[in-house]
Ligand binder design. Structure first.
Ligand code: PLP
Length: 359
């Protein structure tokens, strides 16, 4: 069998969730959308079930997968509903939709429900993606609140640049949010922080925090932050050396001959490529771990294979263990060598069997 695996350390996930929740000081919604950022939504939700205050998913399909797996905790639909026809399913499965557009407010008004619905009403505080504009928020709040079938409401917003520690955008967005919150009834529950805000912007820790990436042990913070040091990588993308070539100096390797050896070189061929989700445009010099020691990618990444430099790893050869990212190699470091983000690499994992451990 092809020796390529994504090992999922569920104990690390639990550790990261506890860290996030403790930091937030209130409730923490574990964001498990996009198949838990490539880690397996059902396995991750089961690991945190009974402990997580709720789960965040993008859409109904993702929520139903969790409900069918027996997850009973609250589930927030972070993209809300896409048409009013979803409301009966939302009610049946006790899902909590984000409401972010005037048409959704109207849809709630037109569709009486039998059971109390929890709504997270989203303000666009400056990201300009989803959310009601500050000028329309209060009216929307009052209209939704007035509906007899609304059980509770949370005021929320989302930051666009919380990972940029020196950028004023997060404070500006928070000020916009707080100005709106001040016009809502006292004690209205609020939720603003994603992972970066939760770790680096303490003032954003409100009733609910919404950690995603940090649960999986990664971050995109652009400056050192003590709170990120405590994270543990959940996924290890592993493979093995399946062939070894001894090349003279001046020999090209792989497609396009993009890398040419500058010395006699031992090349290890590894059974992982871009069809597995490894970044196609990772440059020569991208870090890898070879039998536990730091090494480098050389040559262009192919669909199913990539090549590493074994010259300075005399003990390594056929069957050697390769870690492409994981506990010994932050996925963010790999991402940085291909103009990618850890979000993209983790959520972009394909074809690779997942092996869960540490539960
Ligand atoms: C509304 C919302 N909240 C929270 C998150 C989690 O963000 P992060 O993975 O940066 O923690 C996301 C993810 O995009 C989101 O869309």
């Amino acid at each position: 069998m092809r020796p390529t695996r994504a090992r999922i350390h569920l104990d690390a996930l639990r550790h990261n969730y506890r860290h996030a929740r403790a930091l937030g000081g209130g409730k923490a919604l574990a964001v498990v959308k996009a198949d838990a950022y490539g880690h397996g939504a059902v396995a991750c939700a089961r690991t945190l079930d009974g402990e997580a205050d709720g789960f965040g998913v993008a859409c109904m399909e993702e929520a139903l997968e969790l409900r069918e797996a027996g997850i009973r905790a609250p589930i927030v639909l972070l993209e809300g509903f896409f048409d009013a026809g979803e409301l009966p399913l939302i009610e049946r499965h006790a899902l909590w939709p984000v409401v972010a557009s005037p048409w959704q407010v109207k849809a709630l008004e037109r569709h009486p429900l039998q059971h109390p619905l929890q709504v997270w009403l989203k303000l666009d505080s400056g990201m300009h993606r989803l959310g009601l504009a500050p000028g329309e928020y209060l009216d929307a709040w009052n209209r939704v609140r007035a509906l007899p079938w609304i059980g509770g409401m949370v005021a929320m917003t989302h930051f666009s640049r919380a990972d940029e520690l020196g950028h004023p955008g997060t404070s500006d967005q928070l000020a916009t949010f707080d100005a709106t919150l001040a016009r809502l009834p006292p004690g209205t529950p609020a939720s603003v922080a994603n992972s970066a805000a939760l770790m680096a912007w303490p003032r954003t820790r409100r009733d609910w925090v919404r950690p995603g990436l940090m649960l999986y042990g990664a971050h995109t913070l652009d400056a050192p932050c003590a709170e990120a040091e405590a994270l543990r990588a959940v996924m290890a993308l592993e493979s093995k050396v399946i062939a070894v070539r001894e090349l003279a100096a001046g020999e090209p390797i792989g497609y396009g001959g993009a890398f040419v050896t500058t010395r006699p070189t031992r090349v290890g061929v590894v059974a992982a490529g871009y069809a597995d989700g490894y970044p196609q445009y990772a440059t020569s010099g991208t870090p890898v771990v070879i039998d536990g020691r730091a090494g480098e990618l050389i040559g262009r990444v192919s669909m199913d294979m990539l090549t590493v430099d074994l010259t300075d790893h005399p003990g390594a050869g056929l069957g050697s263990d390769i870690e492409l990212w994981g506990p010994r190699l932050p996925v963010a470091d790999v991402a940085a060598h291909s103009g990618n983000s850890p979000y993209r690499l983790l959520a972009g994992l394909k074809r690779v069997p997942r092996v869960e451990c540490g539960n």
